[in-house]
Design a protein around this ligand. Structure first.
Ligand code: HEC
Length: 147
């Protein structure tokens, strides 16, 4: 088929498509997906003993958690902001201290505390089937985590 006809058909289709109802609540799963990526990179940096990079992803992770709290304080009757305050934020303290002390061994322990908090909240919110792991066995990114 001629590409012009294809393009016209696409435009016509777009105009005819019913306007989808937009909800004002951002999709929590998408925000969690970003948090997952940042957590994985934090784990890979910590595992490699890369203090500078771990500090960066630590900061980004904590910022993402605050973003989730602001954008979806409640989600489908789940008190997300409250649970993040109780379960998630405290779990970052050991990592914060390890990064400040440039202590590679404690950074590796710190990642376990964080991953446990992710899973504790998934369990508390009937999402225990979403199981997070440190994921440090291999690096799936086109990025080096070495110091
Ligand atoms: C408020 C408690 C809470 C905390 C803390 C939490 N999650 Fe979630 N997470 C949820 C809920 C609830 C869902 C399901 C969202 C939905 O139904 O759309 C979810 C979904 C997910 C998903 C599925 C979405 C996807 O992209 O595959 C991933 C992955 C995820 N969380 C990762 C994490 C990671 C990593 C952490 C820790 C750094 C974490 N979560 C911490 C409550 C939490």
């Amino acid at each position: 088929m001629n590409w012009k006809i294809l393009a016209l058909a696409a435009v016509a289709g777009a105009q005819l498509a019913p306007v989808e109802e937009t909800t004002s609540t951002p999709e929590l799963a998408l925000l969690m997906g970003d948090l997952q990526r940042l957590t994985h990179k934090l784990a890979l940096s910590a595992d490699a003993g890369n203090t500078e990079l771990a500090a960066f992803y630590l900061h980004e992770s904590q910022e993402q958690l605050r973003k989730i709290q602001n954008e979806t304080p409640e989600y489908e009757n789940i008190p997300v902001a409250l649970l993040i305050d109780r379960l998630a934020h405290p779990a970052y303290v050991p990592m914060q201290e390890a990064v400040a002390a440039k202590d590679a061994k404690r950074m590796r322990e710190g990642i376990h505390a964080i991953v446990q908090a992710c899973n504790a909240c998934h369990t508390a919110t009937q999402h225990a089937f979403i199981r997070i792991t440190p994921g440090t066995e291999s690096n799936p990114f086109n990025q080096s985590f070495a110091p």
